[in-house]
Every structure is written in C-alpha cells, then in structure tokens.
Design a protein around this ligand. Structure first.
Ligand SMILES: [Mg+2]
Length: 274
C-alpha cells in the first residue's frame, strides 16, 4: 500500500500509558505500527507523564529519535544541539513547567508551614518505592528521576485541601492521578507542549504545512487532543473519558487502537481538517 502523498506532513502526538503501551507496559501491536509510520515519514512525538529516563529506555527499544514531551507537558526535549534552546542532558530544552528543585523546595516549605503530611518520591528508598509502585528497582529509579515535578504519597484528602491552594498561590498545580498526587508548574500542560513544538516545527524550513494529530486515552490527554488539528481517543476497558467535540473514538483498546489509527492514516482515511 502506498501512503497518500501528504502523509509526511503529519506530526502524530501520542500518549504512552494506555495508548501506545498496554496494561503490561508493552507496545504490542503498536510496535509494528510505529515502524510503518517511520517508513512513511510520519513524525511521532511521545507526550507522557513519564520522565526522560523512562522514555529514553523505551526510545532505545522502539528506535524513537525525535523530540519528546516529558512529565505531563512540563518540558519538550529536542535532540541535537538547537542553538536557540538551553541544553539539558544532551537535548535542547523547551521548559513549560518549573524545575523539580523548585517544586521540592516549595513542597518542603509548605509542609513545614501548613503542618501537612506526605512524602515525595525522591524521599523514598528505592526498595520502598519499588514496593509501592510495583516497579522493579531500576524502573523505580527511572520513575523517581523527576526533573520538572514531584510525585507525592500519603497525602490525605484533608491535607490535600490545604496544600492545593497554597501551592497554586506559588504557581504550582497539584493533580490527583489515582493513588498518587503529582505537583508541576501551572504551565506544564500537554496541550501547551504540543502547541510549543508545532510552532517550532512550522518555523523550520519546509515546515509551514505541518499538521498535528493527537491520540490519547484519558482525562490528562484532553488538553493535547483539543490543541491538535485532529484528535483520537483509543478505547479503554473502563470506558474512558467523554470524547470532546471533534475527537474521534477508536474501537481498539490501548495499543490496539493506536495500530487501528495507523491503519486509517496509511489508508488515507484519516484526513485532517484544513
Ligand atoms: Mg494514558
């Protein structure tokens, strides 16, 4: 099958957990789909709550080498040495959130001032973190290596109601992600990160015609889906979020939905609003 001629003008932003990766943390049918996209010249940008170290481990496995978005839109990491961006860990850094050292310092101040109780991932011994998260020791260390956010354990609802507004006054957002709470800068946002990177790509020579697609599975992807020219939700076993207007639902769960989207793209059936 030959790809439509304009498919190389697409930039596909994808969430990882529950979208490109299944419950087992593996891409399954998404892996060959990614290879087909690469062969067709479609750029794929990962946009996830995962850290740089977590994503780098996956990038090595899946052969990804383009820009990627870490820690829920806190930062865009651009490979190479773009002269207009500050350097960070071998990448050009587009910072939308704030540095983790600032997040941790503010959390420490507020914990003392408000008398609230919690622990940050960076305060836990690796073995305890592995036990809490169900990760092995190496993966627990990668999950802990947050550069633009901090994840909290043991925060009660009562303490949360005190801490959240205090952090907001300091430019930080406390979000509940199921068992854990995560604190980022208020500017960290998957949609803002998509817009930042698309603006950059469109400014580059030959980039003015690029169009964005986004695919995700949950509430924390909605800003990214709204920011894209066209957007999709993969299915979830529990049903997932209500699809905002204009967002299309795929039938497959997680990476099966991702592979289904790639089929549509390569068949030219998933045109993009102009
Ligand atoms: Mg997800």
């Amino acid at each position: 099958m030959t790809a439509p001629p304009d498919i190389a003008d697409l930039v596909l932003f994808t969430d990882l957990d529950g979208t490109l990766l299944g419950d087992d943390g593996l891409p399954g049918p998404a892996a060959p789909a990614l290879a087909r996209l690469a062969a067709a010249g479609v750029a794929v940008v990962w946009c996830s709550s995962k850290t740089r170290l977590e994503q780098e481990a996956l990038r090595r496995v899946l052969g990804a080498d383009g820009p990627f978005i870490v820690e829920n839109g806190s930062a865009v990491l651009v490979p190479g040495s773009p002269p207009d961006l500050p350097r960070r860990s071998g990448y050009g850094l587009g910072l939308l959130g704030v540095e983790a050292v600032q997040v941790r310092a503010e959390l420490g101040r507020q914990r003392g001032r408000l008398g609230v109780s919690f622990r940050g991932f960076h305060e836990l011994p690796t073995a305890e973190l592995a036990a809490i998260t169900g990760l092995d020791l190496e993966a627990a260390d990668r999950a802990r290596a947050r550069e633009f956010s901090e994840t909290l354990v043991g925060l009660s609802d009562a303490d949360r109601s005190v801490l959240e507004p205090a952090l907001a006054e300091r430019g930080l957002r406390l979000a509940c992600g199921g068992r854990f709470h995560t604190v980022t800068g208020v500017g960290a946002d998957k949609g803002a990160a998509l817009r930042w990177l698309m603006a950059r790509l469109r400014r580059a020579p030959g980039g003015s015609g690029l169009r964005s697609l986004a695919v995700g599975d949950s509430e924390n992807d909605l800003a990214m889906l709204r920011a894209a020219d066209r957007a999709y939700l993969v299915a979830r076993v529990d049903g997932g979020p209500v699809a905002p207007e204009g967002v299309e639902r795929l039938a497959g769960v997680g990476p099966h939905g991702f592979a289904e989207l790639v089929e549509l793209l390569l068949a030219g059936a998933a045109g993009v609003r102009r």
